[in-house]
Design a protein around this ligand. Structure first.
Ligand code: 5GP
Ligand code: MN
Length: 351
C-alpha cells in the first residue's frame, strides 16, 4: 500500500519541488538513504534534509548500504546522530528518500527497501537517473543534489541554521570541484549558506585537505606507476594508474579517492582513469574527462554511470584486461555537447 498524498509518478517525468515537499510535509517517519560509498553530496544532502525533518518532529534515520563506518571526513556533519547501520532500517519504511542516487542498484544492500517502502522519493542530479521511485525530483542542471534539497527546505519553509547549511555546503563544494564548475546561482546559494556561520576553510580542510602521513608514500607509489597514452581516447590522451590493495592497506577510502584529482591534472590527457583494487581481480574505476569526451557513456558500457566529466564503474579481471576494455569504450565514447548555458564545451557538472 503506497502512501496517500500526491499522485505517484512512475513515468520519466519529474515532480515539482512543491509536490515533493508536500509528500515530506505530511510524513511522520522518513528514511533517507545515500548511495554506497557516500560522498559529501549524497550524505550531506541526506543529513541536511534529515535534520530539517527531525526538527519538524518526524522520526528520521539516515543510512547507506556500504561501508559499515561513516567516512571519517563526513562524520562531523551528523550533529544529531541520525545515521544508523542498514540493519536498523525498517524492512518496510514508510517514506524512503534516495539522495544523489541514479539507480536502485547504487543503494547496495538497501536497494530492496525501494520495493517495500510506502513511497519512494528520488532527489538527484545525475543525467543517468533511472527514475526508480514513486516520486522524483531530478534536475540534471543542478550542480549538486544539495541544491535540490535546499529548494525543498525553502518550499517547506525550514529556516537554515549552521548545521543544515554545513551539510549543504559540503555537497556543493565537493561536487563543483571547489566551485570551479559552479554556476552563478550556486555561488549565490553558497553565500546564503555561509551567512549562517559555516566556516568554509575548516569544513573544506576536513573534507578534502586532511590526510595521514601514509598518504604521501602511497601517492609516490601510485603516481610513479601512472602511464600516459597519447593515442588513446580518440587521440586526445589517456592517463591511468592503479591503486593496489597493498598500496593503501592502512589508509582510509578518502586517501584512495583523492588520487584521481591529482592524475586528472595531466595536461596531455583528456581522460584520467584510476583503477582501485577492491579485492583481487575486482576494480572500482574512477574516470574523469576535461571537457570533450563523455566518460559516463564509457562507464555505462561496464554497467556504471555518473556524469559526463566524472563517472565510475566496477569491473572484474586483471588491471590490463580492464584497461583494454576501457580503451575500446573510450575509443567510441561520444563527445560532450556544448552547454546551452555557457556556450562552451562543458559536460554535466558535479558528482
Ligand atoms: P567517483 O569516481 O568519484 O567514485 O565517481 C564519479 C561519479 O560516478 C559519481 O557521480 C558517482 O556517483 C558515479 N559512479 C562511480 N562509480 C559508479 C558505479 O559503479 N556505478 C554508477 N552507476 N555510478 C558510479
Ligand atoms: Mn552529487
Amino acid at each position: 500500500m503506497r502512501n496517500a498524498g500526491i499522485t505517484p509518478n512512475t513515468t520519466n517525468a519529474t515532480n515539482t519541488a512543491d509536490e515533493a515537499a508536500a509528500l515530506l510535509a505530511v510524513a511522520r517517519d522518513v528514511t533517507l538513504v545515500a548511495h554506497v560509498q557516500p560522498d559529501a553530496d549524497a550524505l550531506g544532502s541526506a543529513l541536511a534534509l534529515g535534520l530539517a525533518l527531525h526538527r519538524r518532529g518526524a522520526t528520521v534515520r539516515v543510512s547507506f548500504g556500504a561501508p559499515e563506518q561513516t567516512p571519517e571526513s563526513l562524520r562531523g556533519l551528523d550533529v544529531a546522530g541520525l545515521i544508523v547501520p542498514p540493519e536498523q532500517v525498517p524492512t518496510q519504511p514508510d517514506l524512503l528518500v534516495a539522495l544523489d542516487t541514479a539507480s536502485r542498484g547504487r543503494l547496495g544492500c538497501l536497494a530492496d527497501r525501494v520495493d517495500t517502502a510506502g513511497a519512494v522519493l528520488v532527489v538527484d542530479h545525475h543525467a543517468t537517473n533511472e527514475r526508480f521511485g514513486t516520486h522524483h525530483l531530478v534536475d540534471v542542471d543542478a550542480d549538486a543534489t544539495a541544491v535540490l534539497v535546499l529548494k525543498l527546505l525553502d518550499t517547506l519553509g525550514v529556516p537554515l541554521d549552521e548545521p543544515i547549511a554545513r551539510c549543504l555546503y559540503a555537497g556543493l563544494v565537493t561536487d563543483t570541484s571547489c566551485f570551479r564548475r559552479a554556476d552563478p546561482s550556486t555561488h549565490a546559494i553558497a553565500a546564503r549558506l555561509l551567512a549562517t556561520g559555516v566556516d568554509p576553510e575548516l569544513l573544506t580542510r576536513e573534507l578534502l585537505d586532511t590526510h595521514p602521513f601514509g598518504w604521501l608514500p602511497m601517492l609516490a607509489t601510485v603516481l610513479g606507476r601512472a602511464r600516459l597514452e597519447l593515442a588513446s581516447a580518440q587521440g586526445l590522451g589517456l592517463v591511468h594508474t592503479t591503486v593496489r590493495l597493498a598500496d593503501a592497506a592502512d589508509l582510509r577510502r578518502e586517501e584512495i579517492e583523492s588520487v584521481v584529482d591529482l592524475v586528472r591534472t595531466t595536461s596531455e590527457a583528456e581522460v584520467a582513469a584510476v583503477l582501485k583494487e577492491v579485492e583481487p581481480d575486482r576494480w572500482s574505476v574512477s574516470l574523469r574527462a576535461k571537457q570533450r569526451i563523455d566518460v559516463s557513456a564509457a562507464a555505462a558500457e561496464f554497467g556504471g554511470g555518473g556524469h559526463r566529466r566524472a563517472a565510475g564503474f566496477t569491473a572484474h579481471g586483471t588491471a590490463d584486461g580492464v584497461l583494454d576494455r576501457l580503451r575500446t569504450a573510450l575509443h567510441h565514447a561520444p563527445h560532450c555537447q556544448p552547454s546551452p548555458r555557457h556556450g562552451d564545451i562543458s559536460g554535466s557538472r558535479g558528482l
